[in-house]
Design a protein around this ligand. Structure first.
Ligand code: MCU
Length: 435
C-alpha cells in the first residue's frame, strides 16, 4: 500500500499548496478555502451562551471553544469562528443583521446602486466605480472613504476601484441613541450596532448587488476591501464579517482597528479605548463597559484577524505616529497569524509597518509591490500572496508576552495536513520575512 499512500500524500500536499495560492475554488478535497460563497458560512453553527468569561490580561486562546474544548481539525475552525463572531458582536462591534430580505441594484461601468429592504423598511445608497484598462470583467476593491488607499496601484494591478462613502450608511457626529444613515434607517437610530459594523454591512450589500449582476463588468467572488485610519478600522471589520471578501487590506487603523485592545490600553501614546469609544460611535454601544477593563473582553483583535483566515489579508501600519498603536497592531497581526498557520495558510497573511514616511495615510512606495502581489494572488488567481511579516524596528512586537497558549497542529479530513508546517512560533520579531 505504501506507494499508493505516498501518492495520496503527495496529492494532498499539492492540493494544499494550490489552496494556499489560488483564490478560485479548487478541487473537492480542499479544506482551506480562500473565500466563500456565503457572507457567513457558520450561520448554522451552535453557539453556546458564553456566560461571563474569566478576566485575562493576556490574549484569549483563539483555539479554545466556549465549552472549554480545543479545536483539533481545520474543519473545526468554521464553527469556532462562529463563536468568536458572536462574542465580537456582543461585546465589541454590535450585531450585524442576517442577510436582508431583499437587495436590488445595478452595476454600471461608472457606479453601483444598492436598495435594501428588511424588517419592512427600505433604504438606498450608491458608490462610484473606476475601472482599470482592458475589457473585463474585473475583480474589484471596495475603497472606504477614499483617503490613503493607493487607487492608482489597485487599477494598475487590474482591479476596479469601488469608491464607497461609509457615511452614506453610518454617519459620524451623531449621539449613540440617534445614529443615522442607510443602515440605521432600517435597523433603528437607537441600534447598539456601531458605525464600523454598519459600514461593513454596506460593503456586504454592495457585494450582494455585484453577485446579482450579469458579471460582465465586475466579477463576483473577487472582491477586496481597503481603507485608511477610521476607514482602516472599517475595512478590517468588513473583511472579518463577510467571508465572500477574498482580500482585506486595513491601513493604519489604530485603536478599534487591528491593534489589540489589551495592548493599546498600555501602549504609550496610543489612542485610549475610552477615547476611541467616545470620539465617534465606531464601536458598538456594548463596548462601553470594557473601555476601562479590556481584560474582561471575551475576545481581542487577533481573533478578528483569525475570522479573516484563511482569506487574503494585508495589514499596513505606520510606526511613526504613536496614536496609531502600531506595536499593538503588530501583536494583533502576529496573534492572528497563528490561526492562519494552524489552517495551513500562513502565507495568506502579511503585515508591514517598516515604512519611511511618517505622514498618516500617505501613499507609500514600500506597499506598492505587496499590494499588487496581493491583488494578483487573491483577486486574480495568479501566484501567491506576499506572505511577509515585516515589523518596523521602531516598534518591535513580542507575541510571547501576550499569550499563554500554543498553536495546535490541526489535522484535515483525517489526512496529514496538506498545507505548510506550522513551524516555530513567531515571537520577538523585527523585519522577519516569511514565505
Ligand atoms: C486612526 O484613526 C482615527 C483615530 O482613531 C482618531 O482618533 C483620529 O481623530 O482620526 C483617525 C483618522 O481617521 O484619521 C483620518
Amino acid at each position: 500500500h505504501r506507494p499508493r499512500l505516498l501518492a495520496l500524500a503527495a496529492l494532498v500536499a499539492v492540493a494544499g499548496l494550490f489552496t494556499a495560492a489560488l483564490p478560485a475554488q479548487a478541487g473537492a478535497a480542499e479544506t482551506v478555502r480562500p473565500f466563500a460563497d456565503e457572507e457567513d458560512t457558520g450561520a448554522d453553527c451552535p453557539v453556546p451562551d458564553p456566560g461571563s468569561t474569566p478576566a485575562s490580561s493576556l490574549l484569549p486562546d483563539p483555539f479554545t471553544r466556549i465549552d472549554g474544548t480545543r479545536v483539533s481539525t481545520r474543519e473545526d475552525w468554521r464553527c469556532r469562528r462562529a463563536e468568536i463572531r458572536e462574542q465580537a458582536e456582543r461585546s465589541v462591534y454590535g450585531q450585524k443583521p442576517a442577510p436582508p430580505a431583499g437587495v436590488t441594484g445595478t452595476v454600471s461601468r461608472t457606479g453601483i446602486t444598492v436598495n435594501v429592504t428588511d424588517q419592512g423598511r427600505s433604504s438606498s445608497f450608491s458608490a462610484s466605480v473606476s475601472l482599470p484598462s482592458g475589457s473585463g470583467p474585473f475583480p474589484a476593491v471596495v475603497v472606504l472613504g477614499g483617503m490613503g488607499a493607493d487607487t492608482a496601484t489597485i487599477n494598475a494591478a487590474g482591479a476596479a476601484v469601488i469608491n464607497f462613502d461609509p457615511y452614506a450608511v453610518g454617519r459620524e457626529g451623531t449621539p449613540r441613541n440617534n445614529k443615522s444613515g442607510a443602515f440605521y434607517s432600517i435597523y433603528g437610530s437607537n441600534s447598539g450596532t456601531g458605525l464600523l459594523m454598519a459600514w461593513s454591512w454596506g460593503v456586504s450589500r454592495i457585494i450582494d448587488v455585484i453577485e446579482q449582476s450579469d458579471g460582465s463588468i465586475l466579477r463576483a467572488n473577487a472582491t477586496g476591501v481597503t481603507g485608511c485610519s477610521r476607514f482602516g478600522k472599517g475595512a478590517f471589520v468588513a473583511g472579518a464579517f463577510d467571508e465572500r471578501i477574498a482580500l482585506t487590506m486595513p491601513i493604519e487603523s489604530g485603536t478599534a482597528g487591528v491593534p489589540i485592545f489589551r495592548g493599546v490600553a498600555q501602549e504609550s501614546g496610543a489612542q485610549p479605548l475610552s477615547s476611541a469609544y467616545s470620539e465617534q460611535p465606531w464601536l458598538g454601544d456594548a463596548f462601553g463597559s470594557f473601555t476601562g477593563s479590556p481584560a474582561n473582553l471575551p475576545v481581542d483583535t487577533h481573533q478578528i484577524v483569525g475570522m479573516i483566515a484563511p482569506r487574503g489579508l494585508f495589514i499596513m501600519e505606520n510606526p511613526h505616529v504613536d496614536w496609531l498603536g502600531s506595536q499593538s497592531g503588530a501583536v494583533g497581526a502576529l496573534g492572528g497569524a497563528e490561526v492562519y498557520r494552524a489552517l495551513g495558510a500562513g502565507s495568506n497573511i502579511s503585515y508591514w509597518s517598516d515604512v519611511q514616511d511618517g505622514n498618516h495615510c500617505a501613499v507609500r512606495p514600500e506597499w506598492r509591490a505587496p499590494l499588487q502581489q496581493s491583488i494578483q494572488a487573491f483577486l486574480r488567481g495568479s501566484g501567491s500572496g506576499p506572505g511577509v511579516i515585516r515589523v518596523s524596528p521602531r516598534e518591535p512586537a513580542d507575541l510571547s508576552r501576550w499569550r499563554n497558549w500554543q498553536t495546535p497542529v490541526l489535522t484535515s479530513g483525517g489526512e496529514d495536513p496538506g498545507g505548510e508546517d506550522p513551524g516555530e512560533p513567531t515571537g520577538a520579531c523585527t523585519a522577519t520575512h516569511r514565505t
